[in-house]
Design a binder for this molecule. Structure first.
Ligand code: SAM
Length: 213
């Protein structure tokens, strides 16, 4: 990941959502992007130009646009019409973004246009977040990485964030994922835990250390 004077940036054409520029690079703001928050909190995320990414919950493409600056291609799934309009504009300007208007609960709809991916990234704030991630797991290569931005309050407001997190991790582990790190994003984003997992044996992505911050 590119840091300039302690600021996370990506190398791409600016003017996507009014982001600042720094020495010709796009500033990637951790207050606007959970993935940027995760990196700024010290988690080593590998994004490189060989990677294919399936991104669930693309919204208007803020984070998608930065991810696309780093990787080979991003399949960006979003089901709401309004943000989809902005996402299409992002895709018009970044040829490696493939916008898909679909419900991530129904991956069979976009399966025909998919290829295997190295990273499955999910930020959907739904009550069945883990279920959605598991439904999309067949697209992830063995050894690939899942980054789940778990919004605990969306899962069950009657449970504490820790309870929601614990049961979510148990579900992920029973589906063959090993949890590499868990990071609460509170400094930048409330009520979110970023769970980074490796799928199957031999992992190529993510960190091997187990941490809870
Ligand atoms: N990841 C975005 C970013 O960092 O720029 C922000 C995502 S926003 C918190 C969550 C998005 O997920 C919303 O745009 C919402 O419409 C979308 N979403 C929620 N459930 C979805 C589903 N089942 N399928 C597709 N998109 C979904």
């Amino acid at each position: 990941m590119i840091m300039i004077n302690g600021v996370l940036v990506s190398a791409g054409k600016g003017g996507v959502y009014g982001e600042k520029m720094l020495k010709g690079h796009r500033v990637w703001d951790p207050y606007r992007s959970k993935l940027a928050a995760l990196v700024m909190l010290g988690v080593d995320i590998d994004l490189n130009d060989q990677m294919k990414v399936l991104y669930l919950g693309a919204a208007n493409g803020t984070t998608v646009s930065h991810v696309a600056d780093y990787v080979d291609s991003v399949y960006a799934v979003e089901f709401a019409p309004r943000p989809m309009q902005d996402l299409i504009e992002v895709a018009r300007r970044r040829k490696n973004v493939i916008p898909i208007m679909a419900d991530a609960n129904q991956p069979g709809i976009y399966a025909p246009m998919m290829e295997a991916v190295d990273l499955l990234y999910q930020d959907v704030a739904q009550s069945n977040q883990v279920e959605i991630a598991l439904k999309n797991l067949p697209f992830l290569k063995s050894g690939g990485t899942l980054i789940l931005m778990l919004k605990t309050r969306s899962v069950d407001v009657r449970k504490t964030p820790e309870e929601v997190f614990k049961s979510s991790v148990e579900e992920l582990e029973s589906a063959g994922l090993s949890v590499d790190s868990v990071t609460w994003l509170d400094r930048y984003q409330r009520d979110h835990a970023a769970i980074v997992c490796t799928y199957g044996a031999g992992g190529v992505g993510g960190s091997s250390k187990k941490s809870a911050t």
